[in-house]
Design a protein around this ligand. Structure first.
Ligand code: SF4
Ligand code: SF4
Length: 395
């Protein structure tokens, strides 16, 4: 058996303390307003204990679970994307030097990385999304230096997902609900520690099965109080994610979807979707893998100082494809086609993997309730590719 231990619920606070003492800024799920988002976790009380969620197309609600579970919800409204890839950041600052030759000095802005990040409670879909961003933003010829600086030295405490929402389909994408031990791109450990929460109705039996995934994880696990796990404990942890997988009714057929999108450029389905799509950009903003940005230059009133900001953009905005006198994708039809085709087909050509991790956020947060799973299935049906039974149910 691998290194598997039992962590008590009070040990969760000790784990957070240990990470903070080691200098990490712990970032994890927390309730803000009526949603679970990513924020700084200073103590276990910052976690959404006893809070569950209900997610359906165009619907997100928090609910009282009636138990003390700390991680009893599905994909939070916000993934960990903004931790490493903020919605807006300064890239460089320019200052006019009114000397004899009246020139500008340009200084590159560098992110504050004095405190390394520890992700706590990251579920499998979001962990896979971080790995996809690592490939896209930090593993190619030109890297995003800000992203890479923030990602450097990250400690990951992943959580096995126990309560998927009706919008989730990670099981079909091969991205959850249990995180894989290793990053399929690099072969490196996916997480330092993995928690599976066992939260039966008897609060005295509430605990975590803790699995060590890396040397850094072993150091932290050895520094907090744990007890050895038995084979039964290991099986109980596996049963949590096996059950979670069976709860998912949506599914995408990853064997056929890329070809389906490639063959569907002229489908009449795009016109039909365009009658519903508001081109609001929500789906791209909540998506943990979307990474498109634009730049915005601002100067102060004196004209002496200027800044270039990098800001999240979206392929659903008309100006995103503006090039040489006009946008290439003027219609909502062409923008939805671009988005779903990139996610489920051309991303594979570009990066060797699909760009969707099955978190379901784009379904939950689309005000029109447009469902990527149903749209992929409809395009498949038009090609005569039979949907899986689970997809048919989801429709
Ligand atoms: S496309 Fe939708 S389901 Fe897939 S990763 Fe993005 S938000 Fe999640
Ligand atoms: S698919 Fe939905 S969330 Fe995305 S742009 Fe259209 S209306 Fe907005």
């Amino acid at each position: 058996m691998d290194d598997i231990r039992i962590l008590s619920t009070s040990g969760l606070g000790a784990l957070i303390d240990e990470l903070r003492q080691r200098g990490y800024q712990v970032m994890g799920p927390t309730v803000r307003g009526d949603a679970i988002v990513t924020g700084e976790i200073r103590a276990a009380s910052d976690l959404p204990q006893g809070v569950g969620d209900q997610q359906d197309p165009a619907r997100y609600r928090l609910r009282e679970r009636g138990d003390g579970a700390y991680f009893g919800f599905a994909a939070p409204a916000q993934s960990s994307k903004p931790v490493f890839f903020p919605a807006e950041e300064v890239i460089w600052r320019g200052r006019r030097d009114n000397g004899e030759d009246d020139h500008f000095t340009v200084e590159r802005d560098t992110p504050d990385t004095s405190r390394k990040i520890a992700l706590l409670g990251t579920r499998s879909c979001d962990l896979r999304a971080v790995q996809i961003h690592d490939t896209v933003l930090a593993s190619r010829q030109y890297i995003d230096a800000h992203y890479a600086a923030r990602r450097d030295g990250t400690f990951v405490v992943a959580v096995a997902c126990s309560d998927p929402a009706a919008t989730c389909f990670c099981a079909s994408m091969g991205t959850g609900p249990r995180p894989s031990d290793t990053n399929p791109q690099t072969g490196e450990p996916s997480y330092d520690l993995l928690l599976t929460e066992i939260a039966p109705s008897d609060p005295d039996l509430h605990h975590f099965v803790l699995e060590v995934g890396s040397a850094a994880g072993l150091e932290v696990a050895d520094a907090i109080d744990t007890t050895p796990a038995t084979l039964d404990d290991a099986h109980e942890a596996l049963a949590v994610t096996s059950h979670a997988a069976t709860q998912q009714s949506r599914a995408i057929d990853t064997d056929t979807v890329a070809d389906t999108l490639r063959a569907s450029a002229e489908s009449s389905r795009w016109e039909e979707i365009a009658t519903r799509c508001l081109a609001c950009t929500n789906c791209t903003l909540v998506c943990p893998t979307c990474f498109c940005t634009t730049v915005s230059d601002v100067s102060d009133l004196t004209g002496e100082n200027a800044e270039r900001h990098r800001v999240w953009d979206s392929c659903f905005s008309e100006q995103f494809s503006y090039i040489h006198g006009g946008p290439m994708r003027e219609s909502a039809k062409s923008r939805y086609r671009q988005w779903i085709t990139h996610k489920l087909s051309s991303w594979e050509d570009q990066f060797g993997m699909l760009g969707c991790v099955g978190c379901g956020r784009c379904i939950t947060w689309c005000p029109a309730g447009i469902d990527i799973v149903e749209e992929a299935a409809a395009l498949g049906r038009a090609r005569g590719v039979a949907p899986t039974p689970a997809t048919a149910e989801a429709g």
